[in-house]
Design a protein around this ligand. Structure first.
Ligand SMILES: [Zn+2]
Length: 221
């Protein structure tokens, strides 16, 4: 198997990579880190001002077009490369674990994908990132509480504007008492407009958590 699929670095192509790592040590060091988890009122937090009641928020990496980060996100989301998600999660865990402001978090909730997407993709990439975070920063992961609705065929055909108007109903909360009074860290892969996270936070709020914070792997410039 190793001869057929040699393990090489996604960044530079070297075969000097540690087992289960998608990048070599040097390419990990050279990733475009935002340092947002240590910066108050960072650009990710500002995205949600006036839109969602967020305690703290941050992103691990800057996401730019045709970059290594884009290659990695594509590998994670479309080529079933869990190693990428675990690496992102571990790096996020390292950044979050040293921050006093995240110490109160009780639960990690990955942004869910719909049941139909789970069937076609095989896994939820945000959950893989959450597992990576947990390997460094030990907090329970709560699945099957925040649920993504599956669009019906007729909804899929609606134009983008019509679908965006339905965003508040994108998620619903199952067993809301399980998050009551809890400090929650919501985890997602890529932050663009923030609409998905905003809808997720709105659903979480119906369960009366103590607070919601956000951690994403990559932030679109
Ligand atoms: Zn490399």
């Amino acid at each position: 198997m190793h001869l057929l699929y040699p393990q090489i670095c996604f960044g530079c192509g070297t075969d000097q990579v540690e087992k289960a790592m998608p990048l070599c040590h040097k390419c990990i060091q050279d990733l475009p880190f935002t340092d947002f988890f240590s910066i108050n009122e960072n650009p990710v937090e500002k995205i949600f001002w006036g839109r969602a009641d967020i305690q703290n928020a941050g992103a691990l990496l800057f996401f730019t077009k045709d970059s290594l980060v884009q290659t990695l996100i594509t590998a994670l989301k479309y080529h079933h490369n869990k190693k990428v998600g675990i690496l992102f999660g571990k790096l996020m865990g390292e950044a979050i674990a040293v921050e006093e402001k995240f110490k109160q978090i009780d639960l990690i909730i990955p942004i869910p994908i719909s049941a139909s997407k789970i069937n076609s993709r095989g896994f939820n990439q945000s959950e893989v990132i959450a597992i990576g975070i947990q390997q460094i920063w030990h907090r329970p992961i709560l699945n099957n509480v925040l649920i993504k609705r599956s669009w019906s065929n007729s909804q899929t055909k609606k134009n983008r504007k019509a679908r965006l108007q339905q965003l508040p109903d994108l998620f619903y909360l199952q067993k809301p008492t399980s998050i009551e009074g809890k400090h929650i860290l919501l985890v997602d892969d890529v932050l663009t407009s923030g609409a998905t996270l905003e809808a997720a936070v709105a659903s979480l709020m119906t369960g009366s958590p103590a607070s919601v914070s956000i951690a994403v792997a990559a932030y679109t410039l």
